[in-house]
Write a protein that binds this ligand. Structure first.
Ligand SMILES: C[S@@+](CC[C@H](N)C(=O)[O-])C[C@H]1O[C@@H](n2cnc3c(N)ncnc32)[C@H](O)[C@@H]1O
Length: 456
């Protein structure tokens, strides 16, 4: 098809859809144009910044008419920042959008009988701000100016922020104190191109009591230069219970290096999920949104409806949060996880919570799960919470052979979820209910829980 526009053209367009990346979709004579920071119903003047045979990309020159779904974003950095994609959308519309993304994927995969499956409304937050208990921002110097903040949409340039509305309420104070300290003391900042300089990132974590852990990530050991900073920030923000210097001297996008040096306070902050206690260290994987984690896990446990005679697998178990909750009801639980540190934490969490009927297995699910089955550990219920790529064929094959009564699938990717559900339907499972949960308001992330019950 001949392109109706070329790079540099300025044209008028109406946005008719929003894709899974949160980009508005418009069409000129069936030629698709994607435009950031727009919503269905927006009428725009756009400048074409890219035009290839399959699609074009436009940049807003002027909003001629704004969509009914539009709401002025609370955050002044929204239009540049890559952290949130849909904060310009009314929150109830965000929840509908997430459910629609899911339904599109389920339909695209031709799932059996999907019209009769209950796909519930997305569970949202009463107050969808300040919800993250963990945030990391890179630092850089640009034209002699210190920048602290998230990356811009689609680039590694930093948006210089004072505050971030999805992070904890102390973010503004923490950034300000760090910024003044660095400028006053002329502390060097890491340059990812030359691999020179010291401070790379700042990482903040907090628990439900609002106690904070701060981690300064540096290429080299600048411990002696941070004494004043630690003294000042812990006096000003008394909620800070722990400050670490983390050394990361590798050329990598990974934020944390392997070495942690405690500069102040405790080695961990304690957190809870329901009545279970968890120790959170700088490296610990922990669900980022407390409020929604409670809702997500409650739903997963409701779908699992575990009886005291049940043997339960928690596949892709992380630090064992779901396993330990399931263990309160089940006869026996087996968690499987590939990351060594997470399994070590899971074992510690098991001890801390005096749980005796949970067992943790280190290794890939595709390797360990079939082996455990061959050893004779057969489940009544399997809870799956895989990474974005979903389950490997070997895992699904083992489920087919093992034939558990119920499968509860927790997914962060509707596309691989729909693919795996189609396969599980073929293995004799009915999809009973599908529940999207908004774990990350203002972003395009969609988390879903599905209850699958074996056909009689
Ligand atoms: C979405 S997280 C779920 C964590 C946990 N269920 C929770 O709620 O905290 C996925 C987990 O799967 C682990 N993982 C990724 N690939 C894996 C594999 N092939 N086998 C086992 N675990 C894997 C990751 O390390 C991560 O902890």
């Amino acid at each position: 098809m001949a392109k109706p526009v070329k790079k540099g053209d300025i044209t008028e367009i109406e946005i008719i859809d929003l894709n899974f990346r949160g980009q508005g979709v418009g069409k000129i004579d069936n030629y698709v144009i994607f435009v950031n920071n727009t919503l269905p119903g927006d009428k725009l003047k756009v400048k074409i910044i890219k035009a290839i045979s399959k699609y074009g990309i436009g940049e807003v020159v002027e909003y001629l008419e704004r969509s009914e779904k539009f709401e002025k974003p609370e955050c002044p950095y929204f239009f540049d920042c890559g952290g949130c994609q849909i904060m310009h959308m009314k929150y109830n519309e965000q929840l509908k959008y997430k459910r629609d993304i899911l339904i599109n994927e389920l339909n695209r995969n031709n799932l059996e009988n999907i019209d009769n499956v209950k796909i519930k409304n997305t569970i949202g937050m009463e107050n969808p701000y300040r919800y993250r208990n963990k945030g990391a921002f890179p630092l850089s110097i640009s034209n002699g100016k210190l920048l602290i903040g998230p990356y811009e949409k689609g680039s590694h340039n930093i948006v210089n922020i004072d505050d971030c509305l999805i992070q904890n309420q102390w973010t503004e104070d923490i950034i300000n104190i760090l910024r003044s300290f660095i400028i006053k003391n002329n502390i060097s900042i890491y340059n990812e191109r030359t691999h020179k300089g010291s401070i790379r990132h700042i990482l903040m974590r907090n628990n439900q009591k609002d106690e904070i852990m701060l981690v300064i990530i540096s290429k080299d050991n600048i411990k002696s230069k941070l004494n004043d900073f630690v003294e000042k920030i812990t006096k000003k923000i008394t909620n800070i219970k722990s400050v670490f210097l983390n050394i990361n001297d590798e050329k990598t996008n990974r934020i944390l290096g392997n070495k942690n040096i405690l500069l102040y306070g405790d080695e961990y902050i304690k957190d809870n999920i329901f009545d279970l206690k968890f120790k959170v260290f700088p490296h610990t994987f922990f669900q980022v949104n407390h409020t929604q984690t409670d809702k997500l896990y409650s739903k997963a446990l409701e779908y699992a409806d575990i009886e005291d005679t049940d043997i339960v697998y928690d596949l892709y178990c992380g630090v064992g949060t779901i396993s330990l909750l399931a263990a309160q009801k089940a006869k026996e639980v087996h968690g499987v996880e590939i990351v060594n540190e997470s399994i070590t934490s899971a074992e510690e969490n098991k001890k801390e919570n005096e749980v005796e009927n949970a067992n943790f297995h280190l290794g890939s699910v595709e390797n360990v799960f079939p082996k455990l089955y061959k050893k004779g550990i057969k489940a009544d219920i399997v809870i799956l919470d895989p990474p974005r790529k979903g389950c490997e064929e070997l895992v699904l094959n083992t489920l087919k052979e093992m034939n558990p009564r119920k499968i509860v699938y927790v997914s962060c990717n509707p596309s691989t979820l729909a693919r795996d559900l189609k396969i599980l339907q073929g293995y004799g499972y009915n999809i009973n209910e599908v529940q999207p949960v908004d774990m990350f308001p203002h972003t395009t992330h969609v988390e879903t829980i599905v209850a699958l019950y074996k056909k009689d």
